[in-house]
Design a protein around this ligand. Structure first.
Ligand SMILES: C[S@@+](CC[C@H](N)C(=O)[O-])C[C@H]1O[C@@H](n2cnc3c(N)ncnc32)[C@H](O)[C@@H]1O
Length: 194
């Protein structure tokens, strides 16, 4: 039987380095919220198009993904030699606390990771999270419903963070939801001690 991970490895193995494409269009439209100061982390970074954009913004970038084939492609991005790339299963990986000025997650959903994302943001650090919501199920009834968001779920789940820009759903593309949220300068007392 072919696991989900085998399918990702095969997809990336067959991809050409120059077919990786541009960074996510929503992320590119949010440049003013991601000014490039400090370290940025891309969780489930895939072939690294968003890492390349973050690097050009000026961040020192780290990408994490479980697929070695994806990370090989990320390394071959124009500035890929300067990326820190970590092969990691995000279901079991610890993230450092209060480390990142920016964290992005695009089209990967693991709700158990949400508290670790909050802890990993520095005070003032910003999160961009974009993934599919339940509207997708009307177009693709076979899609696993565990991997789509409820409408409004991101803002509710990251309630400790300050909402900056919210699109749940994105009116231009209603199968996606996305948010930009910010770690308060003084994170909620006790929340970062777990
Ligand atoms: C839809 S792709 C998104 C890639 C990238 N964020 C983008 O927008 O192009 C999902 C990614 O999640 C990665 N992934 C799936 N399960 C994972 C896990 N448990 N730990 C780390 N990465 C995982 C896959 O290897 C794949 O690169």
């Amino acid at each position: 039987m072919c696991s989900d991970m085998d399918r990702w490895e095969e997809k990336y193995r067959q991809a050409e380095p120059d077919s990786v494409g541009d960074a996510d269009a929503t992320l590119r439209s949010l440049a003013r919220w991601f000014d490039g100061a400090g370290q940025a982390l891309d969780l489930a970074c895939g072939a690294g198009a968003n890492l390349q954009w973050l690097h050009r913004q000026g961040y020192r970038v780290t990408g994490m993904d479980r697929s070695l084939e994806a990370l090989k492609l990320a390394c071959r991005q124009p500035d890929g030699r300067q990326f820190r790339l970590i092969a990691a299963d995000l279901e079991t990986t610890e993230l450092p606390h209060q480390c990142y000025a920016a964290i992005i997650v695009v089209h990967y959903l693991d709700r158990t990771l949400f508290p670790a994302i909050v802890r990993a943001l520095k005070p003032g650090g910003r999160l961009f999270y974009k993934t599919f919501n339940k509207n997708l199920l009307q177009q693709r009834p076979g899609f696993n419903p565990d991997f789509v968001l409820e409408i409004g779920e991101l803002q509710r789940s990251f309630g400790e963070l300050k909402p900056r820009v919210i699109a749940e759903p994105d009116t231009g593309n209603p199968v996606n939801s996305w948010v930009v949220m910010e770690q308060p300068e003084t994170p909620a007392a006790g929340k970062d001690r777990a």
